[in-house]
Write a protein that binds this ligand. Structure first.
Ligand code: MF3
Ligand code: CO
Ligand code: CO
Length: 265
């Protein structure tokens, strides 16, 4: 494991990248309505990131390798049973009652900011509203563990306990991650109690990583669709996710992707 401790200069740039990512989520909010396509939401975000923010949408072409095409769009849009990495599409139209995650990652001056939130499209069933709320609480309970001397495993422990107390399950195939000049740096941030004694780590001032729990209404299992990106729940029941980029400070944490409208509990 190679966890990069950020310098003061790195942190200044991480704050800027984080704020830009948060501002994309603020900007897109009024467009998220029944009848809009996820392709349209992608286009609006792409144009805003490139033309207004003069930044780079990190997902576009991410993960390209010999024999494998990279991610084809600039944001991820994950609806209902889609756990993460949903691909925006002109033909995918939001409908009343959908729950939607929009995941934004921007690169500014070489540094990444990564954040996502859930949107309720029109009138959403109370059960699905509760899934969205509990998932947000899971993310915040994880964030509140962050301080020097705490362990990475403390984060996964509180997230899993809160999800299970509400009879939901925690996705294990995807996790949070260190972030900086790299999109996905060490360490891996598990959202469940899965480290055993290996790969856990003690948090230190200057670390930056994401916390991004994916919580399922039904069973925890996921399946990758044939497009090679879209992850769905195996049982096709809904899933929710929220994500922030976090800095470990001298006495706790700073949320680098906090939105203006957001009241951190
Ligand atoms: N933003 C996602 C994360 O939280 C990663 C998206 S990678 C993509 O780590 F290729 F699917 F866009
Ligand atoms: Co992330
Ligand atoms: Co993300």
């Amino acid at each position: 494991m190679n966890v990069i401790i950020k310098t003061r200069e790195d942190i200044e740039k991480m704050r800027i990248a984080g704020r830009l990512a948060a501002e994309v989520l603020e900007m897109i909010e009024p467009y998220v309505k029944p009848g809009v396509s996820t392709g349209e939401l992608n286009r609006i975000c792409h144009d805003y990131i490139v033309n207004e923010q003069k930044a780079i949408p990190a997902p576009l072409n991410y993960g390209a390798a010999p024999g494998r095409a990279g991610f084809p769009k600039s944001i991820c849009t994950s609806i209902n049973q889609v756990v993460c990495h949903g691909i925006p599409n002109e033909k995918k139209i939001l409908k009343n009652g959908d729950i939607l995650n929009i995941d934004i990652t921007v690169i500014k001056e070489g540094y990444h900011g990564d954040t996502s939130k859930m949107f309720l499209v029109g009138d959403v069933q109370p059960f699905n509203q509760r899934l969205v709320q509990v998932t947000r609480e899971c993310m915040y309970k994880g964030i509140q563990q962050v301080k020097p001397g705490a362990r990475l495993s403390d984060i996964g422990q509180v997230i899993a306990r809160h999800a299970h107390a509400n009879h939901f399950s925690v996705v294990e195939e995807y996790c949070g991650h260190g972030i900086g000049r790299g999109f996905h740096e060490d360490p891996q941030v598990l959202h469940y109690e899965g480290y055993g004694n290996r790969n856990d780590c003690v948090l230190q001032e200057g670390m930056t990583f994401t916390i991004e729990p994916m919580i399922n209404a039904g069973k925890k299992g996921t399946k990758l669709l044939g497009d090679g990106w879209t992850a769905v729940t195996r049982d096709r029941r809904p899933s929710a996710q929220w994500e922030h980029t976090i800095l470990v400070t001298a006495d706790g944490y700073e949320i680098l992707t906090l939105r203006k409208d957001e009241q951190a509990p």
